[in-house]
Design a protein around this ligand. Structure first.
Ligand code: CP3
Length: 344
């Protein structure tokens, strides 16, 4: 049962590594023609997510085709609101859309705390299948959305530039907001633990919209729920990625997690100072992969140098953009795999 390549797990725990490990957020997805081929055979995004054989197939693609050091299970953060009672649709060109949103105490009461082995069985089956197919080549990453990010979809009913409705709710309905965040948190803890039972070797929590909150609102409505997740999901290394929340790095570093994700706007040196004892993940600007090969190599090497070989998991600063050429992604990955750190 031993993994052939456990670089990412060792890096997360702060152990020694022969080289920096690498994976990409959104690696299983539209950058690969092989993904688009599988996707075009399905009715919609949801059908792909809910069909374990297919979700497994597209999870393995970046491992086989790009040579990344980890797989991330193909799914979406929105399966949690769905299982709690708010179904989503993925509308091409628009993104996620929720028919119903949360407006009142009655709406919050009506939400369920799902049993992952029934309502989210399709994800767990995909994880079990993927673990088998991976045959211990690389670790499998499980994931969930952070409570604040899931909350914002539940209130807004979809994406938003400012999330002003969700932020308004925090100010006008703080008690109800806490009740809703608690319910999401409990569902998420059960879900992440079920993913670990199914075989996930590490987990990442995506707080994609952390950066729209002020430091004080994040301290009240963001971090405390991440703390609960970190305290109750304990068996594998955990990564917290709070995009845009540079101001929260110090608080995040006080939580019981191993790794903190950095977006491309965060300064590595400063982040190191704010997060003693943590591994950092990131943080190349995804637009670098639109450049020519020489500039990708140069900027990737500069990133590796900034982080150093210990306590770093290489990644982009956010998900890879869908129109990135897979060949450019390979240059990024190969540069990391071949780089010789001076400390080694
Ligand atoms: O490779 C991987 O990283 C695993 C798969 C994955 C998806 N979504 C598949 C997906 C993961 C980890 C996610 C997480 C996710 N989903 C986040 C957090 C990460 C982040 O980017 O901040 C968020 C905010 C969502 C919600 C979501 N899902 C949006 C806003 C959209 C539409 C915009 C877009 O990128 O298309 C999705 C759709 C989605 N999720 C796609 C994929 C591959 C594209 C839809 C398709 O292929 O038809």
């Amino acid at each position: 049962m031993k993994l052939e390549n456990d670089l990412i797990l060792r890096a997360a725990r702060g152990e020694e590594v022969e080289r920096t490990p690498v994976w990409l957020m959104r690696q299983a997805g539209r950058i690969l023609p092989e993904y688009r081929a599988v996707r075009s055979g399905m009715r919609d995004f949801r059908e792909l997510v809910e069909t374990p054989e297919k979700a497994c197939e597209v999870t393995l693609q970046p491992v086989d085709l790009l040579g990344v050091d980890a797989a991330i299970i193909f799914s979406d953060i929105l399966v949690i609101p769905d299982a709690m009672g708010l179904p989503y649709a993925m509308v091409p060109g628009t993104g996620p859309v929720f028919e119903q949103t949360i407006k009142s105490a009655k709406d919050v009461d009506a939400l369920a705390i799902p049993d992952p082995e029934t309502e989210l069985k399709y994800v767990l089956d995909a994880i079990r299948m993927t673990k088998k197919e991976l045959n211990n080549r690389v670790p499998l990453i499980g994931f969930a959305g952070a409570p604040w990010t899931i909350f914002s979809y539940m209130i807004e009913g979809g994406g938003s530039k400012t999330f002003s409705k969700a932020r308004k709710f925090l100010v006008t309905e703080p008690v109800l907001a806490h009740q809703l965040l608690s319910k999401i948190t409990e569902s998420t803890i059960n879900y992440l633990n079920a993913q670990i039972d199914a075989g996930a070797d590490m987990v990442q929590v995506f707080d994609s919209w952390a950066g729209v909150l002020s430091p004080s609102l994040y301290a009240e409505f963001g971090t405390p729920y991440l703390k609960r997740i970190c305290d109750e999901v304990t068996r594998v290394p955990k990564t917290l990625f709070a995009k845009g929340a540079y101001f929260a790095l110090k608080d995040l570093a006080s939580l019981n997690c191993n790794t903190i994700g950095l977006d491309w706007q965060m300064d590595v040196q400063n982040a190191r100072e704010l997060t003693p004892g943590k591994t950092l993940q990131g943080n190349l600007d995804p637009v670098v992969l639109y450049g020519d090969e020489a500039s990708i190599v140069r900027q990737t090497e500069a990133m590796l140098q900034r982080f150093g070989v210990r306590r770093h998991i290489a990644n982009l600063g956010h998900g890879v953009y869908p129109d990135t050429e897979p060949e450019k992604v390979k240059v990024f990955i190969e540069t990391i795999k071949e780089y010789k750190h001076t400390e080694l």
